[in-house]
Every structure is written in structure tokens, then in C-alpha cells.
Write a protein that binds this ligand. Sequence first.
Ligand SMILES: [Zn+2]
Length: 329
Amino acid sequence: MSSAFLERMKNRMKRDEEESRNGQFSKDEKIFKQLKEGKNVLRLVSQDYTFYTHWIAPSKYSKVKLFPDASFEGDDALRKNLFCTDYEPGAERWVEDEERSCVICELYRAVNAILDDNNSDLEQNVRAYLEDVAKACRPMKRTMFLCIDRDDPEVSPGKKGIKIVEFPRNLMDVFMSKVLDRGIDVIDADEGVDLVIEKRQKPTAGKKVEWIWTVDWVYDGKTIKESPLTEEERKYQRPDIEKMMYRKPDQELIYDKLLRDFKEMIDDARDAEGRKPQDSQDEEEGAPEGIVIPKRSKTQQGASASVKSKAKVEESASVSEDDEEDVPF
Ligand SMILES: [Zn+2]
């Protein structure tokens, strides 16, 4: 048996344990409620937690690679889903220019700036490639709640508790209009009610699966059933969403592992802003053969592009796709 393999397994187990301790839960606890196809019944017990992430690993929805595959393995493996540090969940705002630290957003702005600057000169295949890169970098809006899972209240064998549920964007829209329409404070410990969330597949010819969401209440005859939390439910341990989700990634490591072409785009953008580019000597694979990523000329770079790109981040982020990935984090 290979000792390198055993070493790898040992490190992996250590990392898994550290990750679960960080969130105060052991790894066999089922603290994520996955909304399944069909009906789901749950009781929300917190306000929403909204933040942004970047899915940076290879994905069935993305045609481009930002990192060599090996970046997601080994001791210094990157997380596949990164918390975006350019958005402050507590303040519910994008940070100011000088506070920005998210390397993936930096790349996103650099790519968008090239697309903006070269409106007519870009060859069709280069433009298409860069648009795919921008899409792969786009921050995704995530909204989560704490809930009691009425379908399966146990978080570990014999132990009931509170889980984390993610509402995809389309569900969130339906949920908000339903709640505002009836004026029910669904998360209130005394006055809240159980929700019935139905997930159905939209009949489409395309390959991509789309979901239709409906939100309703649990009824007692014709009236909405009240669902005050019991004394026991009020004492359930609450997963610390902030601690589990708002984990700031190591931005230097992310930059280091990026494919060379993307590092160069970031370097050029930093250079234009008067920031010293980092060394990028690694000989890694880059854009597919035949794709030449254009350099931005000095005259085209400037503050206005930076501001414009930032606006684009916000705008594009709000149209994040439903159900991009199943993995909560
Ligand atoms: Zn970001």
C-alpha cells in the first residue's frame, strides 16, 4: 500500500475534522436541508443570510477552467466554492474600492474591462471565450435560512435540531411575494407558520434543468395552521451560518494557483492602477490553443473602466442562475 496515499488520507481526515469543528458540528450531522423535488415542509427560524460566492472548480455549466485541476487536491487545495470578500453580508453592500480583496472579482473586472475596451476589435472566438471566463468568475448570490426540517427533524440519529436551508433565487422571489402578500411574519417564534415549498421541473427541451417553485402554508382545514415553536425547539442548538459560510479564503493562494493567462490579466489591471504586479513565473497551461488574449493598451485603462466594471458586478450578480450547483459550500 502506498504510504503517500495513506499520508493523503490522514491529511484529508484532519482537514475534514477541522472544517467541521470550525462550524461546531461533527461531519455526520445532517445540518443542510436539501430541497428535494416535490413537497418540502419546513419552519424558518431565522432571518435570511445573504452573501456571494464564486464556484471556481470545473463545472458542468462552465466551459472554461480558471485553475489547473490539481489546485483542488492536496494539502493546500482550494475550496471549490469561495466566499466573496468584496461583499459584506452584515452591511449588505459591496465594499469600497480600497477594501477589495477578492481575486476572482479582480479577474472578473479585468475580463469585463477587456470586453468593454475592445468592442469592435475582438475576434468572435476570443470574445466568446472571454465572455465564458467572465461568467465563470461572476459572483453568485446565496441566500440561506435556519430552519426546522419538518420532513426530517433529526440532525443526527435521535437528535432533533436546526438545519441550514438555501433558497435559490427563483424560490426567494416567490417566497418574498407570498410572505408580503399575506403579511405573515413567518420566522417569528410565536406567530410564524410552517411553509410548504414545492419544487417541480420545468418542462423544457434544453439540457439544462430548470425548476418551478411554489410556496404555500400548512393549513388546518381552511385556515393557516399556527406553528409557535415549542419550548424544546426554542432550545435547539443553532448552526453558526456566519462562521461556517463567511470563511475568508486565502487570496494570495488563489492568485498563485490561477492559470498563467489570468494572472497576467490581473497583473495588467494592477499595473494600470499603479499597483505592483506579483511574480508569475509558473509555466502553466493557459487559454486553449488559438486564443490570444488581447492586452489592454495604457490609454484605454483608467478609473472609469474600473467604476463601470464594478457596476457590472452588481448587475450581473443579481441574475445568478438557479441551482448552479448542489453543494451548499
Ligand atoms: Zn468576489
